[in-house]
Design a protein around this ligand. Structure first.
Ligand SMILES: NCc1[nH]cc(CCC(=O)O)c1CC(=O)O
Length: 319
């Protein structure tokens, strides 16, 4: 019996093609079915100006979701950190595969580490979250750096360093890993220095909510712990009423005693981009056993952060 290929909708960027290709391989392996990539152009790809105006939240996601809802593709892969926190009812998060390294990294000139950057070093990033935490670290450790707002894909960002325009740029380890450029990293930033974006390093595999067979098949790729962790992180983000462009970092991890997992810790940070004011808290509790428990953990930490003034540090952002 010949089977219809599953159609995987993907953006055309290098990162999207890489992660879609890797998920396509995994889906072929677990379902035994052929998978074909279907390229979809998103609004954010077409217009940089549009991207800046909309503020970035979910623009890369919308076109893929529209294609799913129109039945043009069967499933799609998103970077989880780019997904808006509200899940549309017509779509199902069929799988959250095992997370890659969630850390942010530096690609610097002359193989420099973050803390070895010279006085006045210029570090490029488009992320207020990264700016806030790098500047906060610099303030408390007597470093003199300047964060510079940049945009563009990974190639463009790294070129700023190669061309001598910037001393360093900050990127996510996971993205570089997926496109085969992890060797260009000159420093992996500890999550104690820079807490990653909620969901960073994780992928989301989405299909329509009415497709029970496909949800079950894709579910083979789900990693329950990654799902619980990113659920808690995104719940924190949602409860802070912040979007993907807000200066919010969050990371859930397991605290183990030898091989025995004891508890889950959720850390969160919010700060002004100049790093002068930060609210950074963590909470530790039993590993959530349900989706609702994971949501509750995020909400609890958000409540504590808001009580310490987190809302006032997030700026006047629409998202
Ligand atoms: N904001 C863009 C973006 N969305 C997802 C990744 C790759 C990392 C991931 O999948 O979490 C990146 C690039 C980056 O932040 O360096």
């Amino acid at each position: 019996m010949t089977q219809q290929p599953l159609r995987l909708g993907t953006r055309r960027s290098k990162l999207a093609m890489a992660q879609s290709g890797q998920v396509a391989d995994a889906v072929r392996r677990v379902t035994g079915r052929p998978v074909e990539l279907v390229e979809i152009t998103t609004y954010g790809d077409v217009s940089r100006e549009a991207l800046a105006q909309i503020g970035g939240t979910g623009v890369f996601v919308t076109a893929l979701r529209d294609a799913l809802l129109r039945g043009e593709v069967d499933f799609a892969v998103h970077s989880l950190k780019d997904l808006p926190t509200a899940q549309p009812e017509e779509l199902a998060l069929a799988a959250v595969p095992v997370r890659e390294d969630p850390r942010d990294v530096i690609v610097a000139r002359d193989a420099l580490k973050f803390t070895d950057l010279p006085r006045g070093a210029r570090i490029g990033t488009g992320s207020p979250r990264r700016m806030a935490q790098l500047n906060a670290y610099a303030r408390s450790h007597g470093l003199d750096i300047e964060t510079v707002a940049i945009r563009g894909n990974v190639d463009t960002r790294i070129r700023f360093v190669r061309d001598g325009e910037l001393d360093a740029v900050v990127l996510a380890a996971a993205g570089l890993q997926r496109i085969g450029r992890i060797d260009e990293v000159t420093d992996f930033l500890s999550v104690d220095t820079v807490l990653p974006a909620p969901g960073q390093g994780a992928l989301a595999i989405e299909c329509t909510a009415d497709n029970a067979d496909l949800i079950a098949a894709l579910g083979e790729l789900d990693d329950p712990f990654t799902r619980v962790a990113v659920t808690a992180e995104r719940s924190l983000l949602a409860a802070l009423e912040a979007g993907c462009s807000a200066p919010v970092g969050a990371l859930a991890d397991l605290l183990a005693d030898g091989q025995i997992v004891k508890e889950m810790r959720l850390r969160g940070v919010v700060g002004t981009t100049d790093g002068s004011r930060m609210v950074q808290l963590s909470t530790t509790g039993p590993v959530p056993e349900t989706h609702d428990q994971a949501l509750a953990l995020g909400r609890e930490l958000a409540t504590e952060m808001l009580a310490q003034g987190a809302a006032g540090l997030m700026g006047e952002r629409a998202h």
